[in-house]
Design a protein around this ligand. Sequence first.
Ligand SMILES: [Fe+2]
Length: 716
Amino acid sequence: MKRRDFLRGAGAFIVGAKLLGCGDNNVPDPIDEVVPRGTFAFPQGVASGDPRPDSVVLWTRVVQNADPLATVTLQLEVASDADFTTIVVDQQIEATAASDHTVRVLVEDLGEDTTFFYRFTAGVDEIVGRTRTAPGASADVDVNIAWVSCQDYQSGHFGAYRQMLRDDDERAEADRVHFVVHLGDVIYETIDEPSQRALDNNLEEILLAEPDGTDRIVSRFPSGGGTNKSGAKFARTVDDYRHLYKTFMSDVNFQAARARWPFIYTWDDHEFTNDSWQSMANYIDGTTADEGSQSRKLAASQAWFEYVPAQLTGAIGPTGVSQDAKDFATATVSDARFTAPNTDNFVDEANNAAAIGAMTIYRSLRWGKHVELVMTDQRSYRSDHAIPEDLAPLINAGAGQTVFFDPRNFLPRPIVQFLDLGSITGQATIPGIGLPNPRAASPIGTMLGKAQKAWWKSTMQASDATWKLWGNEVPMMRMLVKNVNNALGFDRVLDGDAWDGYPTERKELLTFLRTANIKNVVVLTGDIHAHFAGVLLDDYDSAGTPNAVATELITAGISSNSLFSFYEAATRSAAVPASLRALVTVNASAKGGSSFTENLNMLLTKGLVSAGTFAGAIANAGVTSVAQAIAIANAQADATINTHLRYADTNAQGYGYVKVTEAEVTADLITINRPVGAGSTNAPGIKRTASFTIPADNPAGMSAATITGEKPFPLS
Ligand SMILES: [Fe+2]
């Protein structure tokens, strides 16, 4: 393949200077050849973020090879053509050690709904990217969005981005992606976490290699890191978090996607710490609220601000609603003990308040007449999980139950509901359990916190966009496993770190959509490492018929191990009864099926009896095929289980794509082949695509999945 032809002078090196095969895109791509290094290097590529009608944030990181600490002077040019003949911005910036040599430049007065090319030049070295601005708020245009989450560098290659690029090349111009929404877990803060080691299709651990044969690993932290319960090292300092961004953003597929499209980011937990709430971690022991990590929170926020291009200060939203987003400002904090939460369930302890207050990222963006994109922060202001870490095993033991894993998954739904209500219940002990109520004096649980919740309501209400898309980190819809014949002790919810763990506020928000008559809300979600689609109901526990108020589309991760693989691993233990494991996975190889059949999909969509029946049918000598076993199991389906759920593919990696028009939203959940092959630069190929249609003004009219490719179990 040929080098680009605008090399500027002898000895010039253009990092990533290749065009993709599709000429229409004119996107530089870092993968096509080994690029010779000049005096300067751009080892994390380029990126753009937060496109608005006349502005966008441009980003790169540059180092002088001979002296990585030296200040580097960069020239930034923005042009309306790929040949840079019509240059609309030409300015100088300095990249210094203070920001780890990252630069983030808000470029304004660009003109709306326009594709721009930009390049950063240091000496004779340069790097090129493409971006585009948003149409104005009255522009009657369709909007195409890809959304992603969860990219553990050590679990897999980022081939989902390569697939996204290839897929977009094949789309008609009118369907091509305008921007990418990233819902978090851009990095993972641990090195060699056992649950995130790369797995092959048989769920056996494998070592990942880069195309050049080197191991795909994250090298040790500059500080040495801390050590968590599972022996993994976790980031402690700003240099540790910078190290993670540098490593994850060295991935050529991620770089290629960032060079082609503007991204709009929020964070989830792993930009800071696993299952975090405010600045609290849960690494060392099973005691809740004893791991105040204010200094890590501050460090994590600083590194996010340096590496993730977003327009925070000066962000604009719907008329009449102020945007609270603001840039990182350093603070002095120490890891003090948490105090009890205040009446709004925020911990006022000074170091927590300072660490959280150092930066605010929730904000909304507008893309033409039809899309308001509301981006929230579901980590910085949330209250502790309803069930404290140390209580989950006691509750399960008290009920004579062995759970899959504590303290967040497969939790007893009635206990979560009871504890989430806090002091309102007025009860000193947990009903039926007899243990003291740890939330007897607590406020109601919150995911958004007081200020963000008020902002979310006003933004949703004030926006005149046809569709309100919500960039929501963690799953909102109920994922219930119903207790039958007391097999599980309780009804269970899949994930107490998601909205199923904060059901009171979920009901409040979804009821608000109904009472305020806010139509056409589509929630885009990540976090759970699985694809799901479904309808959001205002009250999942309504004695009558709850109202459909919105829809939710959940994408699997780019590379992180699947939800199914977590549950599979958690049920390998001899302490977990075989009957319980069979609800998650069944070895159907003797009947021509997979040795790890995803019975978890059946459990969620057909109920416990069907899942148990499938396992029994596979073990039955008289049943000769998986299809026959599925038919027997389907005959036992619970017609009341998760009826809002339209689709479950719990063993997936991939991405999501939505096309928004005035009349409808169409969506694809794309499952790629497991991204663990030898070469990271090949598109992994699509295993299946599940497509949905959501008609305007009718969330309950969300279609069932239309699937191309291999259907997920138990669909046929
Ligand atoms: Fe994740």
